[in-house]
Design a protein around this ligand. Structure first.
Ligand SMILES: Cc1cc2nc3c(=O)[nH]c(=O)nc-3n(C[C@H](O)[C@H](O)[C@H](O)COP(=O)(O)OP(=O)(O)OC[C@H]3O[C@@H](n4cnc5c(N)ncnc54)[C@H](O)[C@@H]3O)c2cc1C
Ligand code: FES
Length: 280
């Protein structure tokens, strides 16, 4: 059992848990994830390790409530326990001194981009960062991102905070200004990563994305997370989650994320019904 030591509400639908998991914290590296179950009959869901503290033996998870499991997770409090937490999984980010790098986080993708930006900064890079969300209420960790970035641009889709722009606009401007950007990481919803990759492709700057395909086992055996990258079948859980964004078959990924809408809707309804019927 893995105790939730801290719960923080970052935005109305975005929550942070600091979880006691010393073995995972001792090995965690930027770019990796864990698979958790809330309870014995819970489904397995992947979440990125957004931060870790080896001394305290904790990892930080940031999640957005989008369906049954994440909604249920949002009802948990400090002192509650996760039934299982497997990891660290996936191949860590390729952190080296590239020179100047650009880190882009959209929505809940701000959480996974943070440890990458932090480690790139520690490796001696000049870190330019762009973070964005639909509106001011959905933004978080501006202070943490500023602390690990040489320059930070903050955008909202509706202009309620920072610059009114999609993240692709400042990316294009930075590349057109011929800033010597050697490597780009872009993490967020699949549609955002697709357009980031399309924006950077004409400039020929390697663009790494972290794919969020549906997962089951997380060990390369079930095939649920398969994606096409460069015309080859790859498994996000063991070959990723980071891939060359210019090589990803985005339309296939987007279609595979939408395979189970009816079952997902039913799961939420059933869970809400059970909550109402549960003895208070
Ligand atoms: C390697 C990896 C790391 C991830 N890290 C994070 C993270 O740090 N924080 C976070 O909030 N989420 C993260 N995700 C996505 C997260 O796993 C899903 O949001 C979660 O599994 C949804 O479960 P659910 O039962 O709440 O919703 P479901 O009922 O399963 O889905 C509800 C809605 O969310 C969509 N959805 C389902 N799974 C995914 C997915 N994997 N990616 C995008 N949309 C999805 C569905 O299409 C559906 O529209 C990550 C996914 C992967 C593969
Ligand atoms: S989640 Fe089963 S192969 Fe990746």
């Amino acid at each position: 059992m893995y105790e939730i030591l801290v719960r923080e509400d970052l935005a109305p639908v975005t929550k942070l848990f600091e979880v006691h998991a010393p073995a995972v914290a001792s090995k965690a590296r930027a770019g990796q994830f864990v698979i958790i179950r809330l309870h014995e009959s819970g489904e397995r869901i992947p979440l990125t390790i957004a931060d870790y503290d080896r001394q305290r033996g904790t990892i930080t998870l940031v999640f957005q409530e989008v369906g049954k499991t994440t909604l249920e997770m949002g009802t948990m409090q400090a002192g509650d326990h996760l039934a299982s937490l497997t990891g660290p999984l996936g191949i860590p980010s390729e952190i080296e001194n590239w020179g100047t790098v650009l880190c882009v986080g959209g929505g809940v993708g701000i959480a996974p981009i943070y440890p990458i930006a932090r480690d790139l900064k520690a490796a001696g890079n000049t870190v330019l960062s762009v973070i964005g969300a639909r509106n001011k209420d959905l933004l978080f960790w501006e202070d943490k991102m500023r602390a690990v970035s040489d320059e930070l641009i903050v955008c909202t889709d509706d202009g309620s905070y920072g610059r009114q722009a999609l993240v692709t606009i400042p990316i294009k401007e930075l590349l057109e200004a011929e800033r010597p950007i050697r490597h780009i990481w872009a993490i967020g919803p699949a549609i955002m990563m697709k357009f980031c990759a399309l924006t950077t492709k004409p400039f020929g700057v390697p663009t790494i994305v972290s794919l969020n395909s549906i997962m089951v086992d997380g060990t390369g055996m079930c095939g649920a997370c398969r994606v096409e990258v460069g015309g080859q079948t790859r498994f996000v859980c063991v070959d990723g989650p980071e891939f060359d964004g210019h090589q990803v078959d985005w339309d296939q990924l987007l279609a595979r994320q939408r395979i189970y809408p009816e079952q997902e809707q039913l799961a939420v309804e059933k869970w809400k019904h059970e909550c109402q019927c549960a003895p208070k």
